[in-house]
Design a protein around this ligand. Sequence first.
Ligand code: FAS
Ligand code: PHB
Length: 406
Amino acid sequence: MSLKLTTVISDLSIMIHQTQVGIIGAGPAGLTLALMLQRQGIDCIILENRSRNYVESRVRAGLLEQNTVDLWRELGVSERMDKEGLEHHGVYLSFNGVRKRVAFKELTGGRCITIYGQQEAVKDLIQANLERHIPILFEAEATHLAGLETETPTIFFKQNGEEHRIDCAFVAACDGYHGIGRKHLPKDSYQEFRIEYPFSWLGILANVAPSSDELIYAYHERGFALHSLRSETVSRLYIQVDNEDKVENWTDEQIWDELAIRLGTEGWTLNRGPIFEKSITPMRSFMIDNMQHGRLFLAGDAAHIVPPTGGKGLNLAVADVRFLATALIQWFEKQEDILLESYSQDCLRRIWRAQDFSNFMTYLFHKQAAHGSFENLLQKSKFDYIGLSKAQETTIAENYVGLKTI
Ligand code: FAS
Ligand code: PHB
């Protein structure tokens, strides 16, 4: 079938669009999927319920795995990332002021991570989609899906107070944790797994030079802290707070004081500067063990959430759509559905690996038990083991930069 994108008005009540793949969500998943499909001549249209300005300024992730960087380079969207992104070949891990470095190069055959703000990547991806004439309808909210078990599913959406629908061959729900895609999976078609952690992250962006050339993950008896960065003049940092905490409860000075204590180690000082963005994010592990139904396929946060301690969320979303694009291309080019059939299982191998690593890093570095308790001393033993064992260092390094294939 080769449905091309055309827009016809069927009657006065609803405008009908036609395409081959209807994509819900202009986040990393939806935008990357569209570029992979367009490269093979497959038409798609992206619906995004927020404005372009909103999605391009939404501050979120910052850590890109090697696979994500490699794919975006392959898609020709990496020019700015290659110029402004920061390539890191190691990470610092700290426990009550004792700091160790885990090197990636030697332990992973040269793979590394790149620090590049998600909002910058989303800007690059949107620009590339529009330059390649992939339609992105902003402020267009998908409201309902129909015909998922037929060969012509439909996405109903609203834009500017008007009713629209997209008739397509496949629906890709890249619409995040709160999207409508998961709601259209039959309840008995999947099992849900969930951990709601008893803490959140207060994240800041500050106009100040980073205090470290690489990331620092720190356990402290007062709570977790993370030193990350965005450029030579912008730092990105996080502290563990209670789930009930509010941004308003924290002055800039209190945040800097807490960061200095938790990240502190001998001979090191934390640079301070004006904070220009503050937000609190709850921590959860969530996933379902089936990501498809008929012609509906879920990708990214629509199907799974990991605590950001492992820096996996965005990278998992891109990994999902690499599988989905390959499967859809096989279908359109050869009318074969082998990869579509195995889509969920193919994604779940990496999702479980990322869930486990993110859970490991979360429990290792967050305060959840009294100082000196059995659980706390187990945390310390896990940390001490990193310095004793090349095997454990390699495990951390290869999971952190992301396994090449799984
Ligand atoms: P996204 O949520 O990015 O995109 C989904 C898009 O679908 C959104 O733009 C949404 O507006 C749109 N949408 C939803 N419903 C729709 C509808 N009905 N119709 C049309 N459009 C609809 N990950 C990390 O690795 N490190 C981090 O530090 C980190 N921090 C985060 C902080 C916050 C506050 C959040 C929420 C997430 C964070 N993440 C982090 C995870 C994040 O980066 C996600 O993994 C990543 O955005 C996933 O990308 P997508 O699956 O494309 O989903
Ligand atoms: C970030 O820079 O925003 C970041 C880096 C690593 C993480 C989480 C967030 O694990």
